[in-house]
Design a protein around this ligand. Structure first.
Ligand code: GLU
Length: 547
C-alpha cells in the first residue's frame, strides 16, 4: 500500500484538494491588510485579549484593511455557554465591528468562511489527507498511558519532553500496518512527520519582539484527532490563516513558543507565513511590585469590569492605546479630536517585556474625556448605563430630565470644566443629594464649625437676613460675606485671616461650608451657588429646618 492509498482509506469522502480550496478562497486584493480575532469560546474576555483586539482593529483600519472574527471552537469539551455571545457583545460595545464573521446557526458576513472552526472539518481533512498522501504526516496509535510513560522517563532522564525521534513510535509503521489498525477501528491522531533538527536554528522576525534565533521544531506535533474529526490549534491556525488570507497574526505572548511548530507547518506546505505580533503580558503595580495582571486576583483583568463600572469606551480604548505605543499620548495631545485609528500604530513600538496597565491612568483619561462632554451627552451615557446597572437611579434621573441635565451641567460646558467622574457609577455618589427622593443624610461632614447650636444660629441668620433666591452669583457671594461679617469673631477678609488665624473663630469659607453641609451633608460638592439655584428656596428651607 502506498501513502496515497492510506490517505484514501483514512479520508474516503474527501474529494476536494488544496488546489480547489486555493481557488475557492483567492488572494485578497494586493496590499490588503487582514487581521483577525480568533478567540476560543472557553472563557470570558481578559484585558490581554482586548489589547490584541485593539491592535487587530487599529492595524486593519489604518489601512482600510479587513478585520474578521473567527470562532475557534475545536476544543468542544471546554466550551463555555454564552462565551461567543459575550465576545460578540464586547466587540459591539466597543464598536469594533468585524468586517467578516459568522454567528452559529445565524448570520454570516464575508466570503472566506465558514468562520467557525467546527464547520470547517472537510477543509482541514483535505489538508491532512494531502500530508498523509505525501508521507509528511502519519497516523499515530499511541495511547495516553504510553505517552505518560514516555514523558515520565524523559523527565527522569532529564531529556527534552515530547514525541520526537525515537520516541515517535508510530512514525515508522508501514502504510499497511497503519491501515490494518485503522480497519480494526483503532482511534488515532495524526502527527506531523517532522523533518526539523533541534540543533539547527532559524531566524524569525516578530514585529513586536524583533528578530530571534529559534531552535527548529523536531516534535511530531499532533495535528488532527480522529475521535473528534477536528484538527488541533496549530493545524487549524495554518489552514485558516492561509485560506482566509490573514496578513497579521496578533496573539498573546503565550503562543510565542509555538512558532517553531508553525514555521515548520507553513514550510511543509510551502505557504507564506503571515506576519506575527505576539502581544506583551499586561502588568500592574501591586504596592511597590510589578506583576502580571491576574484574573483571579484583579477584577480589572476581566472586560466585564469596565462595563459594570461604566467606563466610556473611548477611555478604555485610549488607555490601551497609551500602553500599546509609547508615542500615542504625545500624538493624542496634538490631535485631540482625531479617531484613534488615525494614529500611525507600529507593532515595533510595543514593549515586548510587558505593558503596565494603570487604573489611575484610565481614571484620568476618562475624567478628562467626560469633562469635555456636553450635558446632553452625559445624560445619554448615564441614562444608558443606569438602565442596565441601576434601575432605581435611572428612574430618578428621568423623573425630570431637564433638572438632571441642569445638575450635570454644573461647571460643565465651560473653559475649565470640572473633572469629577471617571465612570458612570461615580455619578450617583456625587449628585444624589440633589434629588429629594434620594436625600436621606446619615451623617453630616461638618468642618471646623461643628457645634449644632452655633450652626443653627448661623443658618437662621442666613435664611432670614441674607438669603435671596433671585441673587446672581456675585450678589449671592456678597451676601455670604455679609453674613460672615455679622457673626462674632468671623471675617470675610481672607488676607487678614491668613495673617492672624488665631485672632478669628473662622472665615467666609468656613461659613459657606456650614451652608454646603447643611444642604448636601457633604463638605465637597460642585459650585454651591449653582446647587442652591437648582434646589430652590422651599427645599433649602426644608433641609435647614430638618437639622
Ligand atoms: N484560539 C486561540 C486563543 O484563544 C487563538 C490564538 C490566535 O490568535 O491565534 O488563544
Amino acid at each position: 500500500m502506498t501513502t496515497k492509498e492510506l490517505a484514501d482509506l483514512m479520508f474516503p469522502d474527501i474529494t476536494k484538494t488544496i488546489e480547489d480550496y486555493e481557488k475557492e478562497y483567492p488572494e485578497r486584493p494586493e496590499g490588503t491588510v487582514v487581521t483577525r480575532y480568533a478567540p476560543s469560546p472557553t472563557g470570558f474576555m481578559h484585558i490581554g485579549n482586548f489589547y490584541s483586539v485593539v491592535c487587530d482593529y487599529v492595524i486593519a483600519k489604518r489601512s482600510n484593511g479587513v478585520f474578521f472574527l473567527r470562532n475557534e471552537d475545536t476544543d468542544q469539551a471546554r466550551e463555555v455557554e454564552g462565551a461567543v455571545e459575550y465576545i460578540m457583545h464586547v466587540l459591539d460595545h466597543y464598536e469594533f465591528h468585524p468586517d467578516e464573521y459568522e454567528i452559529k446557526g445565524g448570520e454570516t458576513k464575508g466570503s472566506y468562511g465558514p468562520y467557525i472552526q467546527s464547520e470547517r472539518k472537510d477543509i482541514y481533512k483535505a489538508f491532512i489527507k494531502y500530508l498523509i498522501a505525501e508521507g509528511k504526516a502519519y497516523p499515530c496509535f499511541m495511547t495516553q498511558e504510553e505517552m505518560d510513560v514516555i514523558r515520565e522517563n524523559q523527565s527522569k532522564a532529564k531529556v527534552r519532553i515530547g514525541i520526537y525521534g525515537k520516541f515517535a513510535k508510530s512514525r515508522n509503521l508501514t502504510p499497511d500496518e497503519a491501515a490494518e489498525k485503522i480497519k480494526a477501528g483503532e482511534q488515532y491522531t495524526v502527527r506531523l512527520k517532522s523533518e526539523g533538527n533541534f540543533n539547527n536554528k532559524f531566524k524569525f522576525n516578530d514585529l513586536a519582539n524583533g528578530e530571534m534565533d529559534l531552535h527548529e521544531n523536531d516534535i511530531d506535533t499532533i495535528i488532527y484527532k480522529s475521535s473528534t474529526e477536528l484538527p488541533t490549534y496549530h493545524f487549524a491556525h495554518l489552514v485558516d490563516d492561509h485560506l482566509m488570507r490573514t496578513t497579521h497574526v496578533i496573539r498573546g505572548q503565550e503562543w510565542m513558543s509555538s512558532i517553531p511548530t508553525h514555521y515548520e507547518l507553513f514550510k511543509t506546505f510551502g505557504f507564506k507565513m503571515p506576519k506575527y505580533v505576539h502581544t506583551p503580558l499586561i502588568l500592574k503595580k501591586d504596592g511597590d511590585k510589578i506583576r502580571k495582571i491576574s484574573k483571579r486576583l484583579d477584577p480589572e483583568a476581566r472586560m466585564t469590569y469596565y462595563e459594570e463600572k461604566g467606563y466610556p469606551i473611548y477611555a478604555v480604548i485610549e488607555a490601551i492605546m497609551t500602553i500599546a505605543n509609547s508615542n500615542y499620548e504625545a500624538w493624542r495631545e496634538g490631535h485631540p479630536d482625531a479617531p484613534f485609528t488615525d494614529f500611525e500604530f507600529s507593532a515595533k513600538k510595543m514593549s515586548p517585556s510587558g505593558a503596565l496597565f494603570d487604573l489611575d491612568k484610565l481614571d484620568n483619561i476618562s475624567k478628562n474625556y467626560i469633562s469635555r462632554l456636553t450635558k446632553d451627552q452625559v445624560f445619554d451615557f448615564l441614562n444608558t448605563w443606569t438602565k442596565e446597572y441601576d434601575e432605581e437611579f435611572n428612574a430618578v434621573i428621568n423623573k425630570d430630565v431637564d433638572y438632571t441635565k441642569a445638575i450635570l451641567n454644573i461647571e460643565r460646558e465651560q473653559k475649565k470644566p470640572r473633572k469629577d467622574y471617571s465612570c458612570w457609577s461615580d455619578v450617583k455618589n456625587s449628585i444624589w443629594y440633589m434629588y429629594n427622593d434620594l436625600y436621606k443624610p446619615e451623617s453630616y461632614a461638618w468642618g471646623k464649625i461643628n457645634d449644632l447650636n452655633e450652626i443653627k444660629d448661623i443658618l437662621d441668620k442666613y435664611i432670614n437676613n441674607f438669603y435671596n433666591e433671585s441673587d446672581d452669583k456675585e450678589a449671592w457671594f456678597n451676601h455670604v460675606k455679609e453674613l460672615t461679617e455679622s457673626l462674632d469673631g468671623y471675617t470675610s477678609d481672607m488676607k487678614a485671616y491668613k495673617e492672624n488665624p488665631d485672632n478669628y473663630k473662622g472665615n467666609v469659607a468656613d461659613v459657606s461650608t456650614v451652608i454646603r453641609v447643611a444642604l448636601t451633608s457633604k463638605d465637597q460638592t460642585p459650585d454651591l451657588y449653582e446647587i442652591m439655584k437648582l434646589l430652590g428656596k422651599e427645599e433649602i428651607v426644608k433641609r435647614i429646618n430638618s437639622l
